[in-house]
Design a protein around this ligand. Structure first.
Ligand SMILES: [Fe+2]
Length: 306
């Protein structure tokens, strides 16, 4: 069939058959995607067995709750960021900390404190370096933002996230820090370790077929929101990791690479109330003012809450 015949067939089966109320947006998207799928079946001569394998794959990926990981791994989530960047550029929006993917491992409801939070539960003390992350939240003119909510989440020394890894305590390595008038936030935590897709999982299954690895560099995720500002979804990736610029989820971006500096100065250690050397990362956040007519940065998606 040619495209004209395909489109006519799709319309005949899914548009002309409507007898009840139609969600026009859903209809538009379904019709388009079906047409594109039929066209791909024609072009690539996809067999019935291959098609069923594909549908079974999505069943398995959904049951394993890996579709969010798959979207990251195949670059769909990064593509949407690039597209949002383009929309911003068209709207004349410049400056601010770059966005990058959320990933599938956010959990809402983390404990909230002002200016400072200790993020780890102490269970990995001595096993992994202590990390202090600090920075300021400012607007694009350099003014400090008071009342910004800095939501931070990251993996433990095994590359696992609390909630999804039931061996960790509730909200371990997940915190919300609200900035005071100085716009400053400080997180006392542990060094995150990069991780890979579950080796037997559905995402790694397809990555293997593509000859790709499923590893991420060590990184820390952020949501930053404040009244009057556009919500920022971002993360920093840590310099020195072998996957820094070879991230399977394509989250590393210019402006989002952080350096973990070793701090061994006794006075500095004492000032921080710590027992030994630690690592320090400075990650300043610049928010863009919200304005009428600019694209929204709020993304609706199903997120875990605890
Ligand atoms: Fe992550």
């Amino acid at each position: 069939m040619n495209r004209q015949e395909i489109d006519a067939l799709v319309k005949q089966m899914n548009v002309d058959t409507a007898t009840g109320p139609v969600d026009e947006r859903v209809q538009q998207v379904v019709v388009r995607l079906l047409g594109d799928l039929f066209q791909a079946i024609e072009d690539l001569d996809i067999s019935q067995s291959e098609l069923w394998k594909g549908l079974e794959y999505f069943t398995d990926a959904g049951q394993a709750n890996e579709l969010g990981l798959l979207a990251a791994g195949l670059g769909l989530e990064h593509y949407l960021d690039l597209r949002a960047d383009e929309a911003d550029a068209k709207a004349g929006i410049t400056g601010g900390t770059p966005r990058t993917i959320e990933g599938p491992l956010y959990v809402s409801g983390a404990p909230e404190t002002v200016s400072f939070a200790r993020m780890d539960d102490g269970s990995e003390e001595g096993k992994i370096p202590t990390l202090i992350i600090e920075g300021t939240v400012t607007d694009t003119d350099g003014n400090r933002v008071e009342g910004a909510k800095v939501e931070i989440w990251h993996a433990n020394s095994l590359g696992n996230y609390s909630f999804f890894d039931k061996s960790q305590s509730d909200f371990n390595l997940r915190r919300s820090i609200i900035t005071a008038a100085d716009g400053q936030y400080t997180a006392l935590t542990t060094m995150p370790v990069g991780y890979g897709c579950p080796p037997e999982g559905t995402t790694q299954f397809v990555l293997d077929k593509l000859g790709r690895h499923g590893n991420r560099p060590s990184h820390v995720h952020y949501f930053v929101s404040a009244p009057g500002y556009r919500k920022l979804t971002t993360q920093f990736n840590i310099e020195g990791d072998q996957y820094l610029w070879d991230d399977f989820a394509f989250a590393t971006r210019e402006g989002l690479v952080a350096t973990a500096v070793d701090v061994t100065d006794e006075a500095e250690i004492a000032k921080r109330g710590l027992k030994g050397p630690f690592k320090h990362i400075q990650f300043n956040i610049v928010l863009q003012k919200d304005q009428a007519g600019v694209p929204s940065t709020e993304v609706e998606r199903r997120r875990a809450s605890a």
